[in-house]
Design a protein around this ligand. Structure first.
Ligand code: NOJ
Length: 571
């Protein structure tokens, strides 16, 4: 088929487009499909091989598309089905793949299935959702809470019963134990696959099978959300194997399952080729290093040991020929990469390049969130709750401040740090009004740094983050060692430098990343130095390629990154 990395799908470099914020073509302030089409040449020039679109289906948009009312049609503000088909054709013409977001755990409460389920207990759709009578005390059937803080159950006056929802009460959970529901979902997947799309990113996929005896959870709200009863539920693997057999295996595609807080064994269980379930798991674990689950008001000062621990788990124990995973360090739900791992002010450019170097030199399949290739940063303008658009932060504020009477400033501090709006500000195309994203009023204001940080500016600067990303992507595509090679952590006691070797057949590569704003001294083990004989700098954010680096001892500059490769890579 069209896309270059169809067979060697692990080698894809996937670019996440948040359609609402990518490019607006008609001045209504909301990004759209024609806008994306107008920027495909840019994406092709970046070198990425597949595009993942966040949901573009019809939706009341309370969770920006993750609450669907019609899986078969396009949200009018994004365009029409014709626009979608043209987009797919144009993406394929440029040798890229198109991945759609698949939301299986819930629909909108405005979906006709839920409306029928709610209004008629005898409807065939009644059991598409999870309804239960009140618990013994007349309250919810159990003590689980939703990810938005309130109970996972909402009482429906009309029915005198509760329905279940892991997210907002406007996003009722589907009942995957119902075979008709499963068939309806498979039919919908085939509809999109028959159009020729190249795969799915599957939302919250390990939550679709719940323990429907609904035991109480003995964990606190902050840890629980009904876990462990909602994750990796009793029939999850049966359902995924069925989905694979009936749908995925009939097409030449790949699938990425979104899951949080999972183990290495989970990755193997979901993605080992023998099990015929998913192609890869994506988990935002590295980007949540600074979270303290037991006290959500405290920001943990994470250390390189924490980062190494996460990397060790994914890099060392998983990989060919076992399970597979995405390098999912940022996405539309997390603060910007530079804010999490770097310094968005004094060292924005150097730290963005250093983090990009990590993303492109680890084992796995990299995911780039739109704008990370420019070093876009968190939006400093989220002052009060009125500046916030995304529902999780709004719901959190409501529970904490309005219901529990917590100190507003304390809650706002956390929201300013974590709000998903940071990742959703408009893509910064040029220095014109609203970053060239729209000629109208943007649905979410652009980050005020767009005058300096934008595509147009960076195109003409050979040292820009954008041009550095282009080189990283080119290097990764030409060197399968970076996708498949063995990962070996070195300098594992270092408090500033994250360092590793990548080993593949007779090749040894070295990556040194200074995560601090101070100079950092290193000295390598003589055995490693021997393996790296003749290696030279392939890419770095301070030094020119081809430089010979002293491995016995040296210093890295603040946020410096260097990648050393064997000589055959120099022409
Ligand atoms: C994960 C998605 O990334 C997030 O944006 C969404 O709100 C939830 N799943 C619920 O669908």
């Amino acid at each position: 088929m069209h896309i270059k990395y169809k067979k060697a799908w692990k080698q894809n470099i996937i670019y996440e487009i948040y359609p609402r914020s990518f490019k607006d073509s008609n001045g209504d302030g909301i990004g759209d499909l024609p806008g994306i089409i107008s920027k495909l040449d840019y994406l092709q020039s970046l070198g990425v091989t597949a595009l993942w679109l966040n949901p573009i289906y019809q939706s009341p948009d309370i969770d920006h598309g993750y609450d669907i009312t019609d899986y078969y049609s396009i949200q009018p503000e994004y365009g029409t089905m014709k626009d979608f088909e043209l987009l797919l054709e144009e993406v394929h013409k440029r040798d890229m793949g198109l991945i759609m977001d698949l939301v299986l755990n819930h629909t909108s409460d405005q979906h006709p299935w839920f409306k029928a389920s709610r209004s008629d207990k005898h409807s065939r759709y009644r059991d598409y959702y999870i309804w239960r009578p009140a618990g013994a005390d007349g309250g919810p059937p159990n003590n689980w809470s939703s990810y938005l803080g309130k109970s996972a159950w909402t009482f429906d006056e009309e029915n005198q019963e509760f329905y279940m929802h892991l997210y907002n009460s406007t996003q009722p959970d589907l009942n995957w134990d119902n075979p008709d529901l499963r068939e309806s979902m498979y039919k919908m997947m085939r509809f999109w696959l028959d159009k020729g799309i190249d795969g799915f990113r599957i939302d919250a996929v390990n939550a679709i099978s719940k323990d429907q005896t609904f035991p109480d959870s003995d964990l606190s709200r902050l840890q629980s959300n009904g876990e462990p009863f909602i994750k990796n539920g009793p029939y999850i693997h049966d359902y995924l194997q069925e989905m694979n057999e009936k749908v995925f295996s009939q097409y030449d595609i790949f699938t990425a399952g979104e899951m949080s807080y999972i183990s290495e064994q989970d990755v193997l269980d979901y993605t080992h080729p023998d099990r015929k379930e998913l192609s890869m798991v994506i988990s935002p674990e590295a980007s949540t290093l600074g979270n303290l689950p037991e006290d959500e008001f405290q920001q943990k000062e994470w250390t390189l040991d924490d980062l190494r621990e996460v990397m060790q788990k994914w890099q060392k124990n998983v990989g060919d020929p076992g399970g597979w995973f995405g390098l999912y360090f940022s996405n539309h739900d997390q603060p910007r990469l530079v804010n999490t791992f770097g310094n968005p002010v004094e060292y924005r450019v150097q730290s963005a390049k250093m983090i990009g170097t990590m993303l492109h030199t680890l084992k796995g399949t990299p995911f780039i969130l739109q704008g990370d290739e420019l070093g876009m940063t968190n939006n400093p303008k989220l002052h009060s709750i009125d500046d916030i658009k995304e529902q999780q932060a709004l719901a959190y504020y409501d529970v904490m401040v309005n219901e529990r009477g917590e100190d507003e400033e304390k809650i706002m501090q956390r929201i300013r740090r974590k709000a998903r709006d940071h990742a959703r500000t408009p893509m910064q195309w040029d220095e014109s009004n609203h970053a060239g994203f729209t000629t109208g009023e943007p649905w979410l204001p652009a980050n005020p740094n767009y005058k300096e940080v934008n595509v147009k500016e960076q195109e003409s600067d050979p040292y820009s983050v954008l041009n550095y990303y282009r080189r990283l992507i080119e290097i990764r595509k030409n060197n399968p060692v970076l996708t498949y090679g063995e990962y070996k952590a070195i300098l594992t006691d270092h408090s500033q430098i994250f360092a590793y070797l990548r080993l593949f057949m007779d090749q040894t590569w070295l990556v040194l990343l200074n995560f601090s704003e101070e100079e950092a001294a290193y000295s390598l083990d003589p055995n490693d130095i021997e393996r790296l004989a003749d290696a030279r700098l392939l890419i770095g954010n301070y030094k020119e390629s081809n430089e010979i680096i002293d491995l016995k001892s040296g210093n890295l500059k603040p946020y410096e990154a260097i990648v050393l490769a064997p000589p055959l890579h120099f022409h």
